[in-house]
Design a binder for this molecule. Structure first.
Ligand code: GLU
Ligand code: ZN
Length: 510
């Protein structure tokens, strides 16, 4: 019953809204989506929210937002509906209850009336006797009379799966082949809780069937419970979908499993949550490219590929079941690459929220800001993440009087003293008053000629001017920066720097 992509697959991403979406979850969704697109099938989003204690409404938004950010639009699911809805498990309680009852009727499940106190003392006893802990099947063998008695007392109950006491359960994982487990190692797990809500085991199996899911891609951590799932599915008389347990994603040290929280490796913090990657300025296309290669490989010879190419080539059989490390440097490298491929106007739009937040300038002001248009191509060559842009251009958004110099040294040219540097700044100002047009190119030519005329090295002449306009030693290319600032503002800053140097620089030299 494997499906090699010749018939449309129905694949679901079934997150539990108990926290923010992390990269491992996003990778599962991505592989779901790729397989659905590859087979011209459907990508279904199902919300598994039956654990009401851990439910976090904010995380639902975070999940949907993360999927949309990566461009993984679902074909069926919350908000858009579909033929197998509702797609939120808390709205499907009746369905699970019916199936749990059916399992009881067929002798594959039973009510357990044990109180939390009884279960606790049972575990305590097991521990003391040095046995492994687990439900002792006490209620599985109650007589009808005893059951009636409990019911008439109004005792609360859960419904448990009656795991066969002997024999083996075999299930298939597409990547690992047949896996056999002895039934006596399995527990009579709870299917329906006392609050009437199903556990994951029951709800997911019922929904996978009713939603006609053909392929289940999920984290490797579910491998251990797969026999229980097989037993449930067998008990109802259904067939298992194709199971693909995806490899664990390791943290950057390559040792621990990626957790939902940030990891510190070699003194560096690494991101793990999808919204953190968004907030740091990774582009969805770069992330798409990157994640596609975590646990699967497009082509060892080709690092960069489009979505269409990935869909075309993706295959479940080629997923590597061993743990996959997350090469963050590669993500940065890819992101820089994708940034450089953007048109200036696309980059500008992508940068707006970052610059607005980091520079404290409104997006509307930035949209009409001429400086930014000049600086965008300059930024584009230098950043790997959108949140790095502000650091390159923040000086351009300071008030000229507010520019603060870390000390006179910044304004002093190599091999010059303060007085000579003041002369350089004045010559620069003179030149900038006259140069036409006020473009990077024309300014560059004029500066070079001037340096020659003055008999100084270009660097000695440019250095003080760079310091004057940016307050920094390193800034984007000088002449683009000057063009961006404009004549007035540049002259203003040079004037400011001259005053500073005359007041503070008397004994300094460069
Ligand atoms: N609700 C489960 C989770 O969030 C889904 C596992 C599965 O895909 O079956 O981990
Ligand atoms: Zn019991």
């Amino acid at each position: 019953m494997t499906n090699n992509g010749d018939s449309p697959a129905r694949v679901r991403f079934a997150p539990s809204p108990t926290g923010h979406l992390h990269l491992g979850g996003l990778r599962t969704a991505l592989f779901d989506w790729l397989w659905a697109r590859k087979t011209n099938g459907q990508f279904v989003l199902r919300i598994e929210d039956t654990d009401r204690k851990r439910f976090d409404p904010e995380s639902l938004e975070s999940l949907k937002n993360g999927l949309r950010w990566l461009g993984l639009e679902w074909d069926e699911g919350p908000e858009i509906g579909g033929p197998f809805g509702p797609y939120v498990q808390s709205q499907r309680q009746e369905i699970y209850r019916e199936h749990a009852q059916e399992l009881i009727d067929r002798g594959h499940a039973y009510r357990c009336y044990c109180t939390p106190e009884r279960l606790a003392s049972m575990r305590e006893e097991q521990r003391r006797a040095g046995k492994s802990t687990g439900y002792d099947r006490h209620c599985r063998f109650l007589s009808d009379e005893e059951k009636r008695q409990r019911e008439s007392e109004g005792a609360k109950s859960v419904i448990r799966l009656a795991v066969p006491l002997e024999g083996v359960t075999v299930f298939n994982d597409l990547l690992r082949g047949d896996i056999e487990v002895e039934n006596r190692q399995l527990q009579d797990d709870v299917l329906l809780k006392a609050d009437g809500l199903p556990t994951y085991h029951l709800a997911a199996m019922v929904d996978d069937k009713l939603m006609e899911i053909t392929h289940v891609l999920r984290g490797e951590e579910w491998l251990a419970t797969a026999p229980i799932h097989k037993l449930i599915v067998d008990a109802i008389g259904w067939e298992m979908p194709v199971l693909v347990h995806l490899p664990v994603i390791l943290d950057p040290s390559g040792k621990g499993k990626m957790s939902k929280r940030k990891k510190l490796v070699a003194g560096k913090e690494f991101l793990a949550l999808v919204h953190e990657f968004q907030d740091s300025g990774y582009l969805p296309d770069a992330m798409f490219n990157f994640l596609t290669n975590v646990g699967w490989n497009f082509d060892p010879e080709q690092e960069v590929f489009s979505r269409e190419e990935a869909i075309e080539r993706f295959s479940l059989e080629e997923i590597n079941p061993s743990a996959a490390a997350l090469p963050y440097e590669k993500l940065d490298w890819l992101n820089g690459l994708y940034i450089r491929e953007l048109t200036p106007s696309a980059l500008k739009s992508a940068l707006l929220p970052f610059l607005s937040r980091q520079l404290g300038v409104s997006e509307t002001d930035l949209i009409s800001d001429r400086k930014l248009d000049v600086l965008i191509p300059v930024i584009q060559e230098r950043i790997k993440r959108l949140d790095e842009a502000a650091g390159w251009i923040d000086w351009a958004y300071q008030d000229s009087d507010a520019i603060s110099y870390p000390g006179p040294k910044l304004l002093i040219g190599r091999k010059l003293d303060a007085a000579q540097s003041v002369d350089m700044l004045r010559s620069g100002a003179q030149l900038l008053t006259e140069v036409e047009p006020f473009s990077a190119k024309a300014i560059h030519v004029a500066f070079r000629e001037k340096a020659e005329e003055l008999g100084v090295k270009a660097g000695s002449f440019f250095g003080p001017v760079r310091g004057a306009i940016s307050g920094k030693k390193v800034s984007p290319p000088l002449f683009e920066s000057i063009e961006a600032l404009g004549r007035q503002e540049t002259l203003q800053r040079i004037k400011h720097a001259v005053a500073y140097l005359e007041a503070h620089g008397a004994t300094e030299s460069g």
